[in-house]
Write a protein that binds this ligand. Structure first.
Ligand SMILES: [Zn+2]
Ligand SMILES: [Zn+2]
Length: 148
């Protein structure tokens, strides 16, 4: 179903609070956006950016919790802060790519679950855009864990 996996360098990331972190060894991965209803609900988002690798290529620090979302898959999340971390089935773990460190920003190869894809995604280029306001950044104390 998926396009041919690409090779990627070692990648690291973690949840928002830092209680769960991971390292993925260098090697092949398939990276796609999933628009299915299960991924929309599991992330509270328009789609899930899923970076799929063999489970034995991931080294964990801290223990994610899982919820079986179907008879064939589970969703991993941080038990402390609730950050959605991955989708897992018998073949692989698909990491939520928003959890990667900022130095690793791969481009997705494909889109899946398009029966539920939101039409307004095609118009994103036309949306009003602005950066996080410096005044806000200066005033707010972030509790988010430091990134690698
Ligand atoms: Zn956390
Ligand atoms: Zn999905």
């Amino acid at each position: 179903m998926h396009p041919t996996p690409r090779d990627y360098p070692e990648a690291r990331g973690g949840c928002q609070c830092g209680a769960v972190r991971f390292t993925i060894s260098a090697g092949p991965a398939d990276y796609g956006l999933c628009h299915c209803r299960m991924c929309q609900r599991a992330t509270g988002n328009a789609f899930a950016p899923l970076f799929g690798v063999a489970a034995d290529r991931i080294t964990w620090q801290g223990a994610p919790r899982e919820w079986a979302s179907s008879s064939v898959a589970a969703r991993g999340f941080c038990p402390t802060c609730g950050t959605p971390l991955y989708y897992r089935d018998a073949e692989e773990i698909e990491i939520m790519a928003g959890c990667f460190s900022p130095d690793f920003r791969p481009e997705p190869q494909f889109e899946a679950g398009i029966e539920s894809r939101l039409g307004w995604l095609d118009d994103m280029i036309h949306r009003f855009r602005f950066a996080t306001e410096p005044e806000l950044v200066a005033r707010v104390i972030s509790y988010q864990a430091k990134e690698d």
